[in-house]
Design a protein around this ligand. Sequence first.
Ligand SMILES: C[S@@+](CC[C@H](N)C(=O)[O-])C[C@H]1O[C@@H](n2cnc3c(N)ncnc32)[C@H](O)[C@@H]1O
Length: 345
Amino acid sequence: MSATEEAEALKLLFRNQYSFLISKIMFTASDLGVFDLLMESKEPLTSVTIAERLGTSPFGMERLLDACVGLKFLQVERKDNQTLYGNTNLANLYLGKRSPRTQYYSLKFNVEFVYTRAQHLADSVREGEAQTYRLSDISTKDVFEAMYRSESGLREFMEFMHEMWSLCGRDVLSAFDLSHFPLVCDLGGCTGDLAKEYISLYPNSTVTILDLPEVVETGKKHFVSSEEHRITFHEGDAFKDPIPEADLYIVARTLHCFSEEKCVQLLTRLHKACKPGGGVLVVEIVLNEDRTGPFEAHIYAVVMLLLTQGKERTPSEYNALLSAAGFKDIQQKKAILFDAILGRK
Ligand SMILES: C[S@@+](CC[C@H](N)C(=O)[O-])C[C@H]1O[C@@H](n2cnc3c(N)ncnc32)[C@H](O)[C@@H]1O
């Protein structure tokens, strides 16, 4: 290794060792209201003013703000002998609780729910199993049952799901021309956000969201307005209850929660209910065929190991699942972050 390579390796080693703190710093600044305050103040502020307005110690706040500068969440300038902090575009857009495309609940879910389970990563690797049941208050192995047992847990998970599709839902739904699928069922459609993107892209369509009863109840109450007549909710267990008939089934970020056996079971039920000429659209982050990346798929795969019986899969693994369920003409297209896989009946 050359001296330059060694210096790079040491930097990478250091950064990776402490990278768990990056998400904690990002979430803490968001949760304390730093980004919202700077967004609303319209001008950069000193650390003392920020600390005063947010009720923290000036000493602690200065540490947090400097770390945010290093991570490019904040920018800093010197004026009239003062150090002034302001948001970067990234913070304005995503990190404030009131940012237009806030990722607050995504940060919260990862820093709290995933992080706690990550203490048991070695157990998951040894046993090949999710670690939900190890937490003293939870005996179930089903992550949805664990998250949905409290109203606040359910609501926070749904807020987390809600944040993604305003960022890249349109992109993933336009990877294929889906205009000839007017009757759509979004299986595990949760908050209805992908459904909203679908009906705005394809004006003659209607979408039924099939999800568990507690999700449907909260979805109707908080996420889809009753004036949106083109989206309806249908409560049920997709493994047991009748599947509404449709031209197209969307299954987004859901197959990666389930084992091969359960995926084939679910997709076979969809194939049976699907209208002739219809299809299924799977939306997931697909692992490269040679398993070298992308980074996001590797990270999601570890999260799935910690929380579920599922995993991220390669194109040929998705092909095998869809084919086993009877779908044909399987095609895959890359979109921003997520991939779209279309299979036809
Ligand atoms: C990881 S979330 C993905 C939500 C949504 N598709 C999205 O991308 O925002 C998985 C969804 O599947 C739902 N789900 C889990 N098990 C289910 C079942 N047996 N029947 C119906 N829906 C189920 C969950 O309630 C949740 O809404």
